[in-house]
Design a protein around this ligand. Structure first.
Ligand code: NAP
Length: 280
């Protein structure tokens, strides 16, 4: 499993595990899938207070019970809670639901109405208190990243978690270069299009299958390998089935040739012009 910097916050494998909507999955199977993912090195586990209104954090707690030190655990504060006091409170509640004493990274889920100064001041206090090891942001466009950098100074923002999959590569245009310039890791969410993965009988699907065959891999493994081809990116697929977690883990060592990456990039082209930051 290849590993990369997570901003300044440590090293993590290129593929992690998402948990959005896991409250709707078979609970025992989802917990088993997360555990199997950990066994196979998918130790970056991404959750949020938003997910199932806290139910998913409780499920994650069960999956990582007795294994906390193996895990790079990330959760997120909802923008509506992200005042200074609200952020401190939300973090305590996430720690309680996750049955742990610290997060490896804590994110603002998306830019909201509360001034960023208060949120980031709370994040820094949580770092000093040892309750979080680092902090980052999510769904931040370059202007918002500029503001966060102005407030926090260099070397503080560990990651920006943004939508990034084969059908949605807009972040490569400006957000990824911004992240690279400032040592911020781009964590790509919904790497399989959140359930809208290219069909095998589509033109793009045929390219993926072709590359997959050359490596004895699957199309999804090829997609993940493409998304993490850049050294500043990570991907966090969500798998609530053991077989899916095993498949995702198989992407951790898959490296594409330049020619394969070029063919995939042509089959799933960048947008011509940059619009706003894509989100789900
Ligand atoms: P995704 O990872 O793009 O796709 C998940 C879907 O793919 C599920 O239906 C899953 O099925 C299926 N799947 C996973 N591995 C598979 C495999 N190897 N073969 C076949 N199917 C497979 O979707 P996502 O949940 O939207 O995104 C991933 C994570 O990113 C989230 O869970 C969350 O942690 C994070 N996220 C963050 C934000 C944000 O605003 N910051 C927004 C969205 C997502 P099963 O579940 O049945 O295994």
């Amino acid at each position: 499993m290849r590993v990369r910097n997570f901003g300044h916050a440590g090293r993590v494998p290129v593929v992690g595990q998402g948990t959005w909507k896991m409250e709707h999955d078979d609970r025992a199977e989802a917990i088993a899938a997360l555990g199997r993912g950990l066994d196979l090195g998918l130790v970056h586990v991404d959750t949020a207070e938003l997910y199932g209104s806290g139910v998913v954090e409780e499920l994650v707690a069960e999956a990582i019970a007795g294994r906390r030190d193996e895990v790079f655990l990330v959760s997120k504060v909802m923008p509506d809670h992200a005042t200074h006091a609200g952020t401190l409170r939300a973090c305590e509640q996430s720690l309680r639901r996750l049955r742990t004493d610290r997060l490896d990274c804590y994110l603002l889920h998306w830019p909201g109405r509360h001034p960023l100064e208060g949120t980031l001041r709370a994040f820094e206090e949580l770092v000093r208190a040892g309750k979080i090891r680092s902090w980052g942001v999510s769904n931040f466009d370059t202007g918002e990243l500029d503001e966060a950098l102005r407030i926090a100074g260099p070397g503080r923002i560990a990651c920006n978690q943004v939508l990034y999959h084969l059908g949605e590569r807009a972040v490569e245009l400006e957000v990824l270069p911004w992240c690279e310039r400032h040592g911020v890791t781009l964590v790509g969410y919904s790497p399989f299009g959140s359930g809208r993965f290219p069909r095998a009988d589509s033109a793009g699907g045929r390219v993926l299958d072709d590359v997959a065959r050359a490596h004895g891999a699957t199309a999804r493994q090829v997609a993940l390998a493409f998304l993490v081809r850049h050294p500043a990116t990570l991907a966090i697929p969500k798998a609530a089935r053991v077989a899916h977690a095993e498949d995702c883990a198989g992407a951790g060592d898959l490296e594409l040739t330049e020619d394969e990456a070029r063919r995939i990039a042509e089959a799933f082209p960048l947008p011509r012009r940059r619009g706003g930051l894509p989100t789900l």
